[in-house]
Design a protein around this ligand. Sequence first.
Ligand code: FNR
Length: 184
Amino acid sequence: MKKYKTAIVVGSLRKESLNRKMAQAFIKLSAENLEAEIVEIGNLPLYNEDLEENVPEAWTAFRNAMITFDAVLFVTPEYNRSVPGALKNALDVGSRPYGKSVWDRKPGAVISVSPGAIGGFGANHHLRQSLVFLNVPVLQQPEAYIGKADKLFDSNGNIKNDSTTEFLNKFIAAFTNWIANNQS
Ligand code: FNR
C-alpha cells in the first residue's frame, strides 16, 4: 500500500514542546501507514502582502515544500483559547498568492495537545474554521483533544499511557483512510 507523504505542522516553537513530542510520537506510530515529517514554521516572516513583490526565501521554501505532500496534520497547543500566532501565520503564508494556496484540497487532520483538562478544544476548533475556508477536507472522527499532556511522555518522549497509544493508532487508521478517500 502507498505510504502517503504527510506534513506535520506543529503550532509550538519551543524546544521542549509537548506538541512536538506528540508529533514525533505520531511519526513513529504511523510509520507503517504514512511517511510523515515535521515541516518547520518558526522561520517564516510575519505575513505582509507587500512582501509578495519580493517574496522572502523562507516563504518560498515553505510553499514549495508543502505542495509536495499528500496530506497535512496540524498538532497544536491552545494559546488564549485559539491557535498560536505562528501557526496562523503559516496558514496565511501557505494560502497566497491568491489561487495558489498550498492547502487547497489537501486532506488534513488536527490534534490539539495541552497540559489542561480540555485538551486545547478551543484551538482545535478555531483552526478548523480557517481550514474550511482553505478547502482542506479535515478528518472529523475521531476528534483528538489530548489533555493532561504534561504527564503523557517519559524522558525519552515516549507515550506512557497505553490508552493514548491505542487512541492514536485508531486515529492514524482513520486518517490514512481519509487521505486515501480524499486524494485530488
Ligand atoms: C497557554 N496555555 C494554554 N493552555 C490551554 O489549555 N488553553 C489556553 O488557552 C492556553 N493559553 C496559553 C497562552 C499562552 C501565550 C501560552 C504560552 C500558554 C498553556 C499551554 O497549553 C502550555 O504552555 C503548553 O505546554 C504549550 O504547548 P507546547 O509548547 O508544550 O507544545
